[in-house]
Design a binder for this molecule. Structure first.
Ligand code: CA
Length: 229
Protein backbone atom coordinates (compact mmCIF):
# COMPACT_ATOMS: atom_id res chain seq x y z
CA UNK A 1 0.00 0.00 0.00
CA UNK A 2 1.62 3.25 -1.10
CA UNK A 3 -0.80 5.79 0.37
CA UNK A 4 -2.08 5.62 3.89
CA UNK A 5 -5.58 4.13 3.99
CA UNK A 6 -8.47 6.48 3.24
CA UNK A 7 -11.33 6.22 5.71
CA UNK A 8 -14.76 7.60 4.87
CA UNK A 9 -16.69 8.66 7.98
CA UNK A 10 -20.47 8.80 7.48
CA UNK A 11 -21.79 10.42 10.64
CA UNK A 12 -24.26 13.24 11.29
CA UNK A 13 -22.87 14.27 14.69
CA UNK A 14 -20.29 16.82 13.63
CA UNK A 15 -18.57 16.85 17.03
CA UNK A 16 -17.93 13.10 16.73
CA UNK A 17 -16.72 13.49 13.16
CA UNK A 18 -14.28 16.17 14.30
CA UNK A 19 -12.99 13.92 17.06
CA UNK A 20 -12.68 10.95 14.70
CA UNK A 21 -10.91 13.00 12.06
CA UNK A 22 -8.37 14.32 14.56
CA UNK A 23 -7.61 10.89 16.00
CA UNK A 24 -7.57 9.01 12.71
CA UNK A 25 -5.29 11.58 11.09
CA UNK A 26 -2.94 11.40 14.07
CA UNK A 27 -2.77 7.64 13.37
CA UNK A 28 -1.80 8.44 9.78
CA UNK A 29 -5.09 7.63 8.17
CA UNK A 30 -6.52 9.90 5.53
CA UNK A 31 -10.09 10.95 6.35
CA UNK A 32 -13.08 12.05 4.30
CA UNK A 33 -16.47 12.65 5.84
CA UNK A 34 -20.10 13.19 4.90
CA UNK A 35 -23.11 13.82 7.12
CA UNK A 36 -25.91 12.63 4.88
CA UNK A 37 -26.49 8.97 4.16
CA UNK A 38 -28.10 9.85 0.85
CA UNK A 39 -24.68 10.90 -0.49
CA UNK A 40 -22.98 7.67 0.57
CA UNK A 41 -22.89 5.59 -2.61
CA UNK A 42 -21.93 8.52 -4.84
CA UNK A 43 -19.14 9.57 -2.49
CA UNK A 44 -17.82 6.00 -2.21
CA UNK A 45 -17.81 5.69 -6.00
CA UNK A 46 -15.88 8.92 -6.45
CA UNK A 47 -13.30 8.76 -3.66
CA UNK A 48 -12.91 4.95 -3.37
CA UNK A 49 -12.20 4.71 0.36
CA UNK A 50 -10.32 1.76 1.89
CA UNK A 51 -12.79 1.51 4.76
CA UNK A 52 -16.12 3.09 5.78
CA UNK A 53 -16.99 4.08 9.34
CA UNK A 54 -20.74 4.13 9.16
CA UNK A 55 -23.12 5.53 11.75
CA UNK A 56 -26.25 3.43 12.21
CA UNK A 57 -28.61 6.30 13.01
CA UNK A 58 -28.48 8.82 10.18
CA UNK A 59 -31.17 11.19 8.94
CA UNK A 60 -32.76 9.97 5.74
CA UNK A 61 -31.05 6.72 4.80
CA UNK A 62 -29.97 4.55 7.76
CA UNK A 63 -26.53 3.06 8.15
CA UNK A 64 -28.02 -0.42 7.81
CA UNK A 65 -29.53 0.47 4.42
CA UNK A 66 -26.24 1.97 3.24
CA UNK A 67 -24.36 -1.12 4.39
CA UNK A 68 -26.73 -3.36 2.41
CA UNK A 69 -26.29 -1.19 -0.67
CA UNK A 70 -22.50 -1.42 -0.32
CA UNK A 71 -22.71 -5.21 -0.17
CA UNK A 72 -25.10 -5.47 -3.12
CA UNK A 73 -23.02 -3.33 -5.47
CA UNK A 74 -20.35 -5.42 -7.25
CA UNK A 75 -18.02 -2.40 -7.20
CA UNK A 76 -18.13 -2.13 -3.40
CA UNK A 77 -19.21 -5.53 -2.13
CA UNK A 78 -15.86 -6.26 -0.47
CA UNK A 79 -15.33 -2.73 0.90
CA UNK A 80 -14.67 -3.00 4.66
CA UNK A 81 -17.41 -1.43 6.81
CA UNK A 82 -17.40 -0.78 10.54
CA UNK A 83 -20.76 0.23 11.94
CA UNK A 84 -20.95 2.82 14.70
CA UNK A 85 -23.97 2.24 16.85
CA UNK A 86 -25.47 3.73 19.97
CA UNK A 87 -27.63 0.67 20.35
CA UNK A 88 -26.39 -1.99 22.71
CA UNK A 89 -29.04 -4.65 22.46
CA UNK A 90 -27.84 -8.03 21.33
CA UNK A 91 -30.49 -8.38 18.64
CA UNK A 92 -29.42 -5.03 17.20
CA UNK A 93 -25.80 -6.11 17.21
CA UNK A 94 -26.65 -9.24 15.29
CA UNK A 95 -28.75 -7.18 12.88
CA UNK A 96 -25.77 -4.92 12.39
CA UNK A 97 -23.61 -7.84 11.35
CA UNK A 98 -26.42 -9.33 9.28
CA UNK A 99 -26.43 -6.25 7.06
CA UNK A 100 -22.90 -7.15 6.02
CA UNK A 101 -20.78 -5.00 8.33
CA UNK A 102 -17.34 -6.44 9.14
CA UNK A 103 -17.49 -5.18 12.67
CA UNK A 104 -19.40 -2.76 14.86
CA UNK A 105 -18.41 -0.44 17.68
CA UNK A 106 -20.90 0.66 20.30
CA UNK A 107 -20.96 4.34 21.27
CA UNK A 108 -19.44 5.68 23.42
CA UNK A 109 -16.24 3.88 22.46
CA UNK A 110 -12.58 4.31 23.29
CA UNK A 111 -10.66 5.70 20.33
CA UNK A 112 -7.89 3.16 20.94
CA UNK A 113 -10.39 0.32 20.54
CA UNK A 114 -11.76 1.80 17.33
CA UNK A 115 -8.24 2.22 15.92
CA UNK A 116 -7.43 -1.42 16.80
CA UNK A 117 -10.57 -2.62 15.05
CA UNK A 118 -9.88 -0.51 11.97
CA UNK A 119 -6.37 -1.99 11.83
CA UNK A 120 -7.71 -5.53 12.17
CA UNK A 121 -10.38 -5.08 9.48
CA UNK A 122 -7.88 -3.51 7.07
CA UNK A 123 -5.35 -6.30 7.65
CA UNK A 124 -8.00 -8.90 6.93
CA UNK A 125 -9.01 -7.09 3.76
CA UNK A 126 -5.45 -6.79 2.43
CA UNK A 127 -4.56 -9.20 -0.35
CA UNK A 128 -2.27 -11.89 1.02
CA UNK A 129 -1.31 -13.97 -1.93
CA UNK A 130 -0.51 -13.92 -5.64
CA UNK A 131 -2.77 -15.48 -8.25
CA UNK A 132 -3.83 -18.90 -7.07
CA UNK A 133 -7.02 -20.73 -6.61
CA UNK A 134 -8.58 -23.15 -4.19
CA UNK A 135 -11.08 -25.82 -5.10
CA UNK A 136 -13.01 -28.18 -2.92
CA UNK A 137 -15.88 -30.29 -4.17
CA UNK A 138 -18.04 -28.03 -6.33
CA UNK A 139 -16.71 -24.80 -4.75
CA UNK A 140 -13.94 -22.79 -6.40
CA UNK A 141 -12.15 -19.73 -5.05
CA UNK A 142 -9.87 -17.45 -7.05
CA UNK A 143 -7.47 -15.90 -4.55
CA UNK A 144 -6.42 -13.07 -6.86
CA UNK A 145 -9.83 -11.80 -7.92
CA UNK A 146 -11.62 -13.03 -4.74
CA UNK A 147 -14.24 -14.65 -6.96
CA UNK A 148 -16.07 -17.60 -5.48
CA UNK A 149 -18.32 -19.98 -7.35
CA UNK A 150 -20.29 -23.11 -6.62
CA UNK A 151 -21.25 -25.40 -9.50
CA UNK A 152 -20.20 -22.57 -11.79
CA UNK A 153 -22.64 -20.18 -10.12
CA UNK A 154 -21.08 -16.98 -8.87
CA UNK A 155 -21.29 -16.52 -5.08
CA UNK A 156 -21.13 -13.04 -3.57
CA UNK A 157 -19.50 -12.92 -0.15
CA UNK A 158 -18.68 -10.10 2.22
CA UNK A 159 -15.02 -9.80 3.19
CA UNK A 160 -15.40 -11.67 6.46
CA UNK A 161 -17.32 -14.55 4.88
CA UNK A 162 -14.68 -14.72 2.14
CA UNK A 163 -11.86 -15.07 4.65
CA UNK A 164 -13.87 -17.56 6.66
CA UNK A 165 -14.52 -19.72 3.58
CA UNK A 166 -10.89 -19.46 2.56
CA UNK A 167 -9.77 -20.66 5.97
CA UNK A 168 -12.26 -23.53 5.82
CA UNK A 169 -11.07 -24.49 2.33
CA UNK A 170 -7.46 -24.45 3.48
CA UNK A 171 -8.34 -26.82 6.33
CA UNK A 172 -10.85 -29.27 4.87
CA UNK A 173 -12.29 -31.87 7.20
CA UNK A 174 -10.74 -30.35 10.31
CA UNK A 175 -12.95 -29.41 13.23
CA UNK A 176 -12.21 -25.74 13.86
CA UNK A 177 -13.27 -24.24 17.18
CA UNK A 178 -14.83 -20.79 17.42
CA UNK A 179 -11.71 -19.58 19.24
CA UNK A 180 -9.51 -20.91 16.46
CA UNK A 181 -11.67 -19.25 13.81
CA UNK A 182 -11.71 -15.94 15.71
CA UNK A 183 -7.94 -15.88 15.83
CA UNK A 184 -7.43 -17.09 12.26
CA UNK A 185 -10.08 -14.95 10.58
CA UNK A 186 -10.51 -11.91 12.85
CA UNK A 187 -7.05 -11.71 14.36
CA UNK A 188 -5.87 -11.83 17.93
CA UNK A 189 -5.75 -8.08 18.58
CA UNK A 190 -9.46 -7.56 18.90
CA UNK A 191 -11.85 -9.00 21.43
CA UNK A 192 -14.89 -10.38 19.65
CA UNK A 193 -17.60 -12.56 21.10
CA UNK A 194 -17.65 -16.20 20.04
CA UNK A 195 -21.17 -15.89 18.72
CA UNK A 196 -19.92 -13.48 16.09
CA UNK A 197 -18.46 -16.60 14.44
CA UNK A 198 -21.93 -18.17 14.36
CA UNK A 199 -23.39 -15.07 12.70
CA UNK A 200 -20.80 -15.15 9.92
CA UNK A 201 -21.02 -18.92 9.45
CA UNK A 202 -24.78 -18.50 9.03
CA UNK A 203 -24.25 -15.83 6.40
CA UNK A 204 -21.68 -17.96 4.62
CA UNK A 205 -24.08 -20.89 4.56
CA UNK A 206 -26.89 -18.70 3.20
CA UNK A 207 -24.61 -17.54 0.40
CA UNK A 208 -23.24 -20.97 -0.49
CA UNK A 209 -26.14 -23.35 -0.13
CA UNK A 210 -29.03 -23.53 -2.51
CA UNK A 211 -32.03 -25.79 -2.11
CA UNK A 212 -30.97 -29.36 -2.76
CA UNK A 213 -27.27 -28.70 -2.30
CA UNK A 214 -25.35 -30.20 0.56
CA UNK A 215 -24.42 -27.91 3.42
CA UNK A 216 -20.63 -27.89 3.15
CA UNK A 217 -20.19 -26.57 6.68
CA UNK A 218 -20.89 -29.03 9.43
CA UNK A 219 -21.71 -27.82 12.94
CA UNK A 220 -19.85 -29.99 15.41
CA UNK A 221 -21.74 -29.82 18.67
CA UNK A 222 -19.81 -28.05 21.44
CA UNK A 223 -16.65 -28.13 19.31
CA UNK A 224 -17.04 -25.78 16.34
CA UNK A 225 -17.33 -26.20 12.61
CA UNK A 226 -15.84 -28.42 9.92
CA UNK A 227 -15.75 -27.87 6.16
CA UNK A 228 -16.39 -30.71 3.78
CA UNK A 229 -16.68 -29.19 0.30
CA1 CA B 1 -26.25 9.62 14.22
Amino acid sequence: MTDSPLILVIEDETSLTTLLRYNLESHRFRVASIENGGDAMGTIASIKPDLVLLDWMLPGVSGIEICRKIRRDPETHSLPVILLTARGEESDRVRGLDCGADDYVVKPFAISELIARIGAVLRRAAPTSAAQSLASGDIAMDLASHRVSRNGRSIHLGPTEYRLLRHFMEHPGRVLSRDHLLEAVWGRAVHIEQRTVDVHVRRLRQALNRDGEDDVIRTVRSAGYAFSG
